[in-house]
Design a protein. Structure first.
Length: 588
């Protein structure tokens, strides 16, 4: 990678972190990582992981990239930050917090920078050492960049030091100053917010610090949807004004949704007009989406579609499969977009809201549509803001529809295999069958109520689950159970865990004409199968749709660590993947 290309990646990754787009920041900083020895890109990748709350993966990046040996203040502070994050995830034990505080103190001693000093102050306070906390807070306040701040971090550091010293009113003034100085981006604000939330809980000062915390909360994330309708400049003007009012009222800064004619495009235009970050999530191939959901409403909507698309900050697809005239494909796309909105809100430390242009009609059995989106969002605890769709001309003539395919459904899939299988000697295969495969069978049997289908061949396993949550539960239980099988039992010198991949998507359900039993088949199953060989033994790699669905339904149970966009074999394209883990319940 030449110097110009590397500098461009660094700049783009830094910008992504500043706007709170941690997934893009990680992808950019890991481009050509095998060829690049840039510590700056490695730092940004590890920082993105850390801000996503994925401490262990960030620590691995930190050690493997050589950042641990670097002497600059950012690298040393990141190492201390990772110790802090691990301590907090383990429940905030005083010994671990003190270890992180000492790491920050050492970074300050080596660099004389106020940033590690203020972190040493906060962590000493959390560890119960108020004397050291106040000592480092005073050191931070004496630094020229904090005493007379000219950027966000200087003023935010001043606010944190004053709060540690019990001067909350002065801290609030420093935060107001910080928000009006260069560097007051969403990523920086979310980091400061987490620090003040920790301080408020530790000092039982939620009431005194509420003014500070409320000013730091980043703008909300909105998932948007609504009805398709014909252009109507007069009616649209009134709706646009109401959208603007609602976006202001809700303090929205980020939007996720598709881009169908009518409501979707109108809301997306208003998001862009206010400077919000727009992320488009298409339910299937874009040419099919345009043909089904934009072009039938007229050329004006098509022009507006392309104008909006060019300004979108991110474009993704629930699936790259074609539209097969299954209405549930639209519902699936909405479900994935909802989860992505919630993932972004979690990364920023803010909240997600649904905004719809809707006639208020709910059809309980509808697999897609605005009513379906509202029902699903509300069923997972979300708040919906509705703009009435009265008097809109919704008589859009759709393209001639093919018959709907029968036996389509949404399922979660699990693939697994045993990477050391070919090294097992013939005489040990019966033991493999009775120990490893029997363990797999026992775990799946424990989850029988949530299973729709299972199959195995050799060391490979395929299972179809009713829900993403059930698949995640079973996969994690499987990896845990296999820890009881010692490698030496099978004549191996490596761990005896499997590679497990998971996906959630639309499939066909029918009868296998060869085996004479029920079967599930379709592009999404093939795509999930391509992920499994790329998964490290002992890990579970999940697709973005499955991670998004878990963000909707079980964010308190599972953590999905973004591992980047990975090229799938056999021409299946590039796919965003997540490492799935059970979420720790530890808290400070």
């Amino acid at each position: 990678m030449n110097d110009w290309a590397q500098a461009s990646l660094i700049e783009r990754a830094q910008a992504a972190i500043e706007r709170g787009d941690l997934l893009s920041a990680y992808d950019l900083s890991r481009q050509n990582s095998g060829l690049s020895s840039s510590l700056e890109l490695a730092y940004l990748a590890a920082l993105a992981m850390a801000r996503m709350g994925e401490t262990e993966q960030a620590m691995r990046l930190y050690e493997q990239s050589g950042l641990a040996a670097a002497e600059d203040v950012d690298s040393r502070s990141l190492g201390a930050r990772l110790l802090k994050d691990r301590a907090l995830q383990h429940g905030g034990a005083a010994e671990e917090l003190k270890q992180a505080a000492d790491a920050y103190a050492e970074a300050h001693r080596r660099t004389r920078d106020p940033f590690p000093a203020i972190n040493a102050a906060t962590l000493n306070l959390l560890a119960g050492d108020r004397e050291q906390a106040e000592y480092f807070a005073q050191i931070a306040l004496r630094a020229p960049s904090v005493a007379m701040p000219s950027d966000y971090y200087g003023a935010a550091t001043r606010a944190e030091a004053l709060a540690i010293l019990g001067q909350e009113a002065e801290a609030a003034k420093a935060i107001e100053l910080a928000l009006n100085l260069p560097g007051a981006n969403f990523g920086a604000r979310s980091t400061t917010l987490r620090q003040f939330e920790l301080l408020a809980r530790h000092q039982a000062a939620e009431d005194r610090m509420r003014p500070i915390i409320s000013r730091l909360i980043p703008p909300a994330v909105v998932f948007f949807s609504g009805h398709i309708f014909k252009t109507d400049p007069i009616r649209e003007g009134a709706i646009a004004a109401e959208i603007d009012r609602r976006l202001d009222e809700l303090s929205v800064g980020f939007g996720y949704g598709a881009l169908a004619a009518g409501a979707d495009i109108l809301i997306a235009e208003r998001l862009l007009a206010r400077g919000s970050t727009l992320n488009l999530v298409f339910p299937f191939r874009e040419d099919d989406f345009i043909a089904s959901s934009v072009a039938p409403a007229g050329d004006q909507w098509l022009k507006r579609y392309h104008a909006v698309r060019e300004q979108a900050a991110g474009i993704s697809f629930a699936t790259l499969a074609q539209y097969v005239h299954d209405p549930a494909q639209f519902g699936y796309g909405s479900t994935v977009a909802m989860g992505m909105a919630r993932l972004r809100a979690m990364h920023l430390g803010t909240h997600a809201i649904q905004l719809v242009i809707w006639d208020g009609k709910m059809h309980d059995d509808a697999p897609a549509g605005t009513g379906h989106d509202v029902r699903e969002w509300r069923s997972t605890g979300g708040m919906t803001v509705t703009i009435p769709a009265d008097d809109l001309d919704r008589s859009v003539k759709q393209e001639a529809s093919e018959p709907e395919p029968g036996n389509r459904c949404l399922k979660a899939f699990l693939f697994a295999d045993f990477p050391g299988y070919t090294r097992i000697k013939e005489g040990k295969l019966p033991l493999f069958w009775s120990r490893v495969m029997a363990t797999v069978g026992s775990v799946l049997d424990d989850h029988r109520a949530a299973l729709d289908f299972t199959n195995s061949w050799g060391d490979a396993v395929f299972a179809v689950f009713k829900t993403a949550e059930a698949a995640a539960d079973a996969g994690l239980a499987l990896q845990s159970a296999l820890l009881d099988v010692a490698p030496t039992e099978l004549g191996l010198d490596r761990p005896t865990q499997m590679r497990v991949s998971m996906h959630f998507g639309p499939v066909y359900h029918g009868s296998d004409p060869i085996a004479g039993r029920e079967a599930f088949y379709g592009t999404e199953i093939s795509r999930a199968a391509r992920v499994e060989p790329l998964t490290p033994p002992g890990s579970i790699y999940a697709s973005e749709p499955l991670a998004a669905v878990l963000a909707n339904t079980a964010s308190d149970k599972f953590s999905a660590t973004y591992v980047g966009k990975i090229d799938l074999p056999k021409g299946f394209g590039q796919y965003p993947l997540y490492a799935l883990r059970r979420r720790s319940n530890g808290s400070v």
